[in-house]
Design a protein around this ligand. Sequence first.
Ligand SMILES: [Zn+2]
Length: 441
Amino acid sequence: MARPDQHVGFTPLLLTLLALLMTSPSLASTTSFFTQCPNAPPGPLAKNPITACPLPGLIGVIPELESTTIQWTYPPRCLGPESLKPNGTRHDCLFTSAEFRNGHGISIIGPASITADLIAQGAFIDRPDPPAAVKRQAGKPAYRVVDVPGKGKGVVAARKVKRGEIVMVDFPSVLISTGFIMVTKPHHRRRLMRAAFNQLPEETKEAVYGLRRGAEKHLVDQIVGTNSNGVELGEEEGFVGVFVKVARINHSCRPNAYYRFSQDRLAMEVVSFRAIEEGEEITMSYVPLEMKHDERRHFLEANWGIECSCSLCRANDYDIGEAENKRRLMKEWKETLQAAKRDKFYKDAITIAQDILQVSERADLPPLLPEYHDILAELYSLKGDLPEALRYARMALNEWVRFGSLDYSELEWAREALEEIVEKDAARTRQLLGIQKAKGG
Ligand SMILES: [Zn+2]
């Protein structure tokens, strides 16, 4: 019951590439977009999000687009080799659908193979939402956009929000491959990005152009540089997406929400880490949570011009140190958890996963329960402790249902995992009964 897209460990190749990217000044300083890739939700076995960032050279396949069944609003535009920086080997195209999500529209720039895969997965089709999501949507909206003193616009809770609730759902207006950003010559890159913006339906286009702008020289960079979130599409390709509603959520180093991106539905779901009071601002961290205090302050200032005044930035040195230690510990444990699972030390992995659940609670970062309960179910099942596996699998399934996520795949995965464990348990019972019968008879 390996989950293809999430439960993947580090590979040495990725780490090497990552090291190269991080240390190469020419690449690292190419654009400020790259520095934004690390922003991704802290899932239990989530890859270090930075590895999802551009890995130039890995993508060289020019795909077949014959499987295309979607009607693009404009003819796709692809870049030729002359648009690439020296040694670049990519083939990026722009696709725009104005129909996407009932006229919200989407432009996507990246390898055509990825767009082809998304089409094949049905990501562009408006399928009916899962029943739990329909129920959630029928309830009172959880947020509203307001003016926040000193921060421009911000998002606050419009009612009391429970822990684990989906407070906002948003769809990308543009999705841009970070690999494309890295290796395309700047004027070619900007021209295609401008087209991606301008081909959007009027209302969405206006919303995108109305977003806060950074200090970059060119308009498209000002918008994408300040308002994008890192997501992963296909197997490993990092993208930045402009999500107009999510972009209104301000940063905090002690956030009360995080996001999950459903590749399945191309939906961004903002989920609360903890209960949020009515009127309280909803915040997310723009930077990896493990980042050190000084580094983080510098990073926020350099990338978003933010001088953060959240409770953690105002805390005393002791509290800052404590928070940093806990976050670093969690990160180390997550890596150890991946390694332990990979090397089949299931007992150790279970202990670590339980530890993470406990410490994250005390670190003001309550764990992402369904994700962790999924992984515990899997670990117990692998270890052969089926009653515990069943217990966690049921908990995970209930939590996914309660979430009301648009994503079918997580729910389906949890359901299949539970069925598999039930079946395994039944088989074992039959076997035991058979042995007893043989002994008794
Ligand atoms: Zn802060």
